[in-house]
Design a protein around this ligand. Structure first.
Ligand code: ADP
Length: 248
């Protein structure tokens, strides 16, 4: 008779394995809840414009022929809500693509040219006064398209949440390229600042809804920045304005 020793697992090891499994399950649960919340938020946001479109279509069907003055108002509402839906679907697609990994390129990007061109098209498209200050001539290795998307999101917010001039600058600070977008709008309350990067988070939902946001812009901006190894920072004072920075 020969005694064979079983591999021994100490209590500590078993306890550690249990802990690891617990953490893994916790993480899976959290991801599942997040995913569920995302789908429910997205469906809700898509349903709202659809309800408005349905209501106007119904109104036109019932009273359009004998009340032609209803026509313009209804068509305008239908068009504006369809545009909102399109914008949301585009953002959702971009996020969905990210979940399957974006392809990131790294090419020489002349920041002044890229931002200058974006500012010009923004000025023309949104009819806004934008001052562009080139404090330095900066070229970096980055993904030009993603950087442009990121810049557009921050510009779009400055445009939506302020009325006066928007100030854009490009400079070099402590070895980094810094793109700054400053607006003199209503700003963001300090307590809300960490939350605005969450998907679907809006400060005062009704106010943001009136300006047309879904609360997806900044979460996309953060993900774009992470993808290209950049950083987005927001500094804001309620009633004074907001400074958004892209650091590369
Ligand atoms: P949205 O599409 O609603 O603008 P974002 O994710 O881009 O979504 O922003 C989240 C919220 O942060 C906005 O709804 C708005 O309340 C606030 N916010 C973002 N940028 C600004 C800004 N420049 N000025 C004031 N509030 C802002």
């Amino acid at each position: 008779y020969k005694r064979i020793d079983q591999p021994k697992q100490s209590k500590d090891e078993l306890y550690q394995m249990g802990e690891t499994f617990n953490n893994m399950i916790g993480q899976l649960e959290q991801n599942y809840v997040k995913q569920e919340q995302f789908v429910s938020n997205a469906s809700h946001e898509l349903k709202t414009p659809l309800t408005v479109i349905e209501a106007y279509a119904d109104l036109l069907k019932r009273r359009g022929k004998e009340t032609p003055e209803l026509f313009d108002e209804s068509i305008e509402a239908i068009q504006s809500e369809s545009n909102r839906m399109k914008e949301l679907i585009e953002q959702l697609l971009l996020l969905a693509k990210h979940d399957e990994q974006w392809k990131v390129t790294a090419e020489e990007v002349h920041i002044n040219a890229l931002i200058g061109e974006a500012v010009r098209s923004f000025c023309a498209g949104y009819k806004r006064k934008i001052e562009f200050d080139e404090k330095a001539d900066v070229t970096v290795k980055s993904d030009a398209q993603k950087l442009k998307q990121l810049f557009y999101i921050l510009m779009d917010n400055a445009h939506k949440y302020s009325k006066d001039t928007i100030y854009v600058s490009v400079e070099r600070k402590r070895g980094k390229a810094v793109i700054e977008i400053i607006d003199r709008g209503g700003g963001i309350p300090t307590a809300e600042l960490p939350k605005v990067f969450d998907r679907f988070y809006r400060v005062e939902k009704s106010r943001a809804r009136a300006s047309g946001g879904f609360g997806l812009g900044l979460s996309l901006a953060k993900e774009l920045a992470d993808a290209i190894g950049a950083e987005v920072k927001l500094d804001s004072v309620e009633g004074v304005g907001t400074t958004a920075q892209i650091l590369l």
